[in-house]
Design a protein around this ligand. Structure first.
Ligand code: TPP
Length: 354
């Protein structure tokens, strides 16, 4: 395999040159590309829906499609997945409906459909940064106790590595050799804080060394490299090899969220360089050269994605009747007294003046 930099694994270069093996069938390669197109189409629509005041604040994923799809596609159905608030493409790749992803952005409390098998192994997003890491380690530890042949992948950003939860989760995973893949999407920024101001470590991956396991870097805009590296880490975790930290080097092309303006803190020339590394262009070049992907195939895929997103928007906006009480569900088996009291005031006795 070639490298983007000496220590960054790359299989397909930005110009489509293949330097390594893509151990995926034509059907898999096509599906991976379709998920990326679907993710981008969804993302563009979501940004526009926010501008029209039809959904709440949205965290764009543009530029990170390869990282998210490549990692999620490597998971088996039984593996666990802990995405972040930006990982809409992970949800899609894991089989969640676009409608349910949108329902969350419309304010639904219980957007995860508990009847849906995909929902049982893919956890809801957590907004407090890095809190999903100990959850993933705990789920992996439980699976290990039960003797289940599964791994848990947890996704987070470069900013999350400054949180205590990151270090606690990494330490626990290292000591107890939990079947965890720590998947860091290093997209260059944590809101306005550049990666260089986040940590003095030369790489995010090297932090794994302090906890006694491997950390590897992969070109996060190369979906095939991400898939390959994450597949290997998952396999090792399932086979008792313990945790791995994977640093996917990528770039957040858009704003942090739809309420942010990156031109206030980011060098747009730098942003332009990263735009040339577009993950979709790269996968498409590969598809064209290896499998004769045609303009007609491309047009049909774009049309399919546009229709799927339009249908999901209509289905989500059709869903009315959000109940205020939903926000109290699914967090605690035994609800603490202060939340019972809040629910009483909001749901059971809203007419009582206080
Ligand atoms: C514990 C906590 N502190 C602060 C915030 C506010 N906050 C939201 S997103 C964010 C930046 C996270 O950056 P990173 O982990 O790199 O992920 P990215 O947003 O780039 O995907 C911060 C500080 C939060 N949500 N939770």
């Amino acid at each position: 395999m070639a490298s983007q930099a000496p220590d960054v694994t790359q299989v397909v270069a930005p110009d489509g040159t293949v330097d390594g093996d893509v151990e995926l069938s034509a059907a898999d390669v096509t599906e991976i590309y379709r998920f990326q197109v679907l993710a981008r189409t969804f993302d563009e629509k979501a940004v526009s829906l926010h501008r029209q005041g039809r959904i709440g604040t949205y965290a764009p994923l543009q530029g990170q499609e390869a990282a998210q799809v490549g990692a999620a596609y490597a998971l088996s159905d039984d593996d666990y997945c802990f995405p972040t608030y930006r990982d809409h493409a992970m949800y899609l790749t894991r089989g969640h409906s676009l409608r349910n992803v949108l329902l969350h952005l419309l304010g639904a409390g219980n957007y995860v459909d508990r009847e849906d098998p995909a929902a049982l192994t893919t956890f809801p997003i957590t907004i407090p940064i890095a809190t999903q890491l100990p959850h993933a380690v705990g789920v992996g530890m439980a699976a290990k106790y039960r003797g289940d042949d599964v791994a848990a992948l947890v996704s987070f950003g470069d900013g999350a590595t400054s949180e205590g939860d990151f270090h606690e989760a990494m330490n626990f995973a290292g000591v107890f050799e939990t079947p965890t893949v720590f998947f860091c999407q290093n997209n260059g920024y944590a809101i306005s804080v550049p990666r260089e101001r986040q940590t003095a470590s030369a790489t995010i991956a090297q932090k794994a060394q302090a906890y006694g396991f491997d950390g590897v870097r992969v070109d996060g805009n190369d979906v095939f490299a991400v898939h390959d590296v994450v597949s290997g880490a998952l396999e090792s975790a399932r086979n008792g090899g313990g945790p791995t930290l994977v640093e996917a080097v990528t770039y957040r092309k858009g704003a942090h969220t739809t309420t942010d303006d990156p031109s206030a803190y980011r060098d747009e020339d730098d942003a332009e360089d990263w735009r040339l590394e577009d993950p979709l262009d790269r996968a498409r070049t590969y598809l064209t050269e290896e499998f004769g992907w045609s303009d007609a195939d491309e047009a049909a895929t774009r049309e399919w994605a546009t229709e799927a997103v339009a249908e999901a928007v209509a289905a989500a906006e059709d869903h009315t009747g959000f109940e205020a009480g939903e926000m109290f569900e699914q967090a605690y088996a035994d609800m603490p007294a202060h939340l019972r009291e809040q629910r009483r005031q909001l749901v059971d006795e809203p007419e009582v003046e206080r």
